[in-house]
Unconditional design. Structure first.
Length: 74
């Protein structure tokens, strides 16, 4: 019988990675609690730490195109 691959949501991965970041439990305990492999938890934690700066990044960057549009309007 073929075992179907499980895909986890981003919210679930974030929840697990934050739990790993808190260091309240070991990876083995977290793996048993969330029913995922410890290597997956480690990868998600690394991804969380590498991309955490994008959470508060301001996406509103002023470009030259915006300046020309404002000039045309005025």
């Amino acid at each position: 019988m073929v075992k179907k691959r499980i895909t986890h949501t981003a919210a679930f991965k974030t929840k697990v990675a934050l739990a790993a970041y808190r260091h309240d439990k070991t990876l083995s305990q977290l793996a048993a609690q969330f029913k995922v492999h410890p290597n997956a938890i480690s990868r998600w934690k690394i991804q969380l730490l590498e991309n955490i700066e994008t959470v508060f990044k301001d996406g509103r960057s002023k470009s030259q195109h915006d300046d020309t549009l404002v000039a045309e309007l005025y």
